[in-house]
Ligand binder design. Sequence first.
Ligand code: FAD
Length: 450
Amino acid sequence: MPEVFDVIIIGAGLSGLTTTKYLKDANISTLTLEASDVPGGRLRSIENKDNSFEFGGTYIGHHYHRFQNLAKELNLTTIDVTPLISFFKKQDLVINKQLIHQDDWENHKENTLDKDLKSILPWNLHRIILEKYNPYNSPEACLTEGTNDQSMRDWLQSLGFDSQQIKYIYGMNLSYGTDADSISSLQLMHRASFSKRQKSESKVIGFTLLEGMNELANRYINHFNLNILFKNRVNKIVKEKGLFSVSCENGNEFSAERLVLTCAPSTLKNITFDDYSKEQRIQFASELQSQPMFQIHFKHKKNFWEQDGFSPAIFSNEYLGMCYPVRNKVDPEEIIGFTAWVMGKKALDLIKLSQKDACSVIINNLQEIRPSIKNAIELTHLNAWSHEKDFLGGWTYFKPNQFLMWHKLLQSEKSNIFFSGEHTSISSRGIEGAIESGEKTARELLNSIH
Ligand SMILES: Cc1cc2nc3c(=O)[nH]c(=O)nc-3n(C[C@H](O)[C@H](O)[C@H](O)COP(=O)(O)OP(=O)(O)OC[C@H]3O[C@@H](n4cnc5c(N)ncnc54)[C@H](O)[C@@H]3O)c2cc1C
C-alpha cells in the first residue's frame, strides 16, 4: 500500500513550488512529482562560460512584487534590464524575403496604415493598438461576466482595420496563436492590462536575475526544504475509495486525498484519467493549445551584421522568426550569442519535422535572407518547446470564447482536483502569474479542508 499524502502536486515549476511551500507551511503533507530531473519548468538557464543564457522566463516586470520579494528572501541579485531593452528595439525587418532597415518601414509599399501608426514597427503594432483601444482597464475587468471574447481579427475589424493592415498588425511571428482568427482578443487584452500595470514611474523598466532564473527554483527547494520527487512523470490518475491513486511512467505509485495539476493544460493529454475524475475542466483544459514555439541558439564567429549593414536583430515572418542577439547582462554592449525565436504558424510547420530537420530549415532560411551569416555562426543549443512532451509549446493560448469559458469553469466547478499554473492566474501573467496562481491554489485548497 503506497504512502498516502494529503496532497499530491504535479509539476515543480514556479506554481507547483509555491503551492507546495504554502501547504507545507500549513502542516499539510505534500508530495510534488516532477517529470524532469530539475525544478523550474519554464525557467530554464544554460550556463556558458561568459554568461547564463535564458531559454525560458527571464523578464521581471517592475511590479512583479511577489517575485522580487522571493528573490530577496533567497538572496538572489536582481539586475536592471532597461539598457538591454533599448537594444531590443533596434530590429530591422524582413518583408517578402527582403531585408529592410526599420526606418524604411514607414514608406514601404506594404505599409498601408494611417499616419499615427505608420512609423510603428510590426512587432509593436498590436501592443500599441491594445494600449490605446483596450476597453478593460485591469486584468480583473477582462474576466467579468459579459465581456466580449471575440477573435483578434473581429476586434481589429471593428476598429476599422482591413486585412492588409491586419497582416502586419497581427500576422508576423506571433507570440499568441497562429493568426488573428485563432486567438482570443480577450486574452490579449488581459495581457495588455497586466503590462500596463507593470509600467513604472521610474526609468527602470524591469529586471532579471544575475545568477540565472533556474537558480531561483534550486534555492527555493533548499531554502523551504520541499519534498519533490524528480524523474516521476505522471501518466495515470484513478480515484478509488475517496483517494487518488497517481501512477508514474517509471512504475511508481502514490496516493493522496487531493490533487493539484500545474502542468500545461495541453499536456493533460499525456495522462489517463478514469471516468470518475474526468471532469469538464480536465476535458476542456486538455483541448487547449500551447503556443507553437521553436528556439535555436548560436554563436557568431565573426560580426556578420557589419558586413551587410543591417542590425544584428531582425524580425520576420519567415522560418528564422525573430532573430536577435543575446547580450551580456552586465555589459549589454557585448553580444554573447543569438537566439532565433520561431513562433506561431511557421513553428507549427516545424513541429511536423524532426528537431534536426527543423533546425536546418531555420539555418537555411537565415542564410538565404542574410547571406553574410554563411560560415559565420555555430549552432550551440536547440530549445524545441513544442517538441517537448512536458510542455508541447511555450504557454497556453486561448481561441475566441475559450478564455472567458476557462475562467468560468475554474470558478464554478469544484472538486478535490485543483488547477494551478500561469494559465489560471487572474491578476498577473508569466512568472508573476505562476506565483500568484500557486498562492491562490494553496488558499483554495486549505479553505476546502477547514
Ligand atoms: C521561452 C519562454 C519565455 C518566457 N519569458 C517570460 C518572461 O520574460 N517573463 C515572464 O514573466 N514570463 C515568461 N515566460 C512564462 C513563464 O516562464 C511561465 O509563465 C512560468 O514559468 C510558468 O510556471 P508554471 O509553474 O505555471 O508552469 P511550468 O513552469 O511549465 O511548470 C509545470 C511543470 O510541470 C511538469 N510536468 C508536466 N507534465 C508533467 C507530468 N505528467 N508529470 C509530472 N510533471 C509534469 C513540467 O516538467 C514543469 O516543470 C516565458 C516562457 C517561455 C517558455
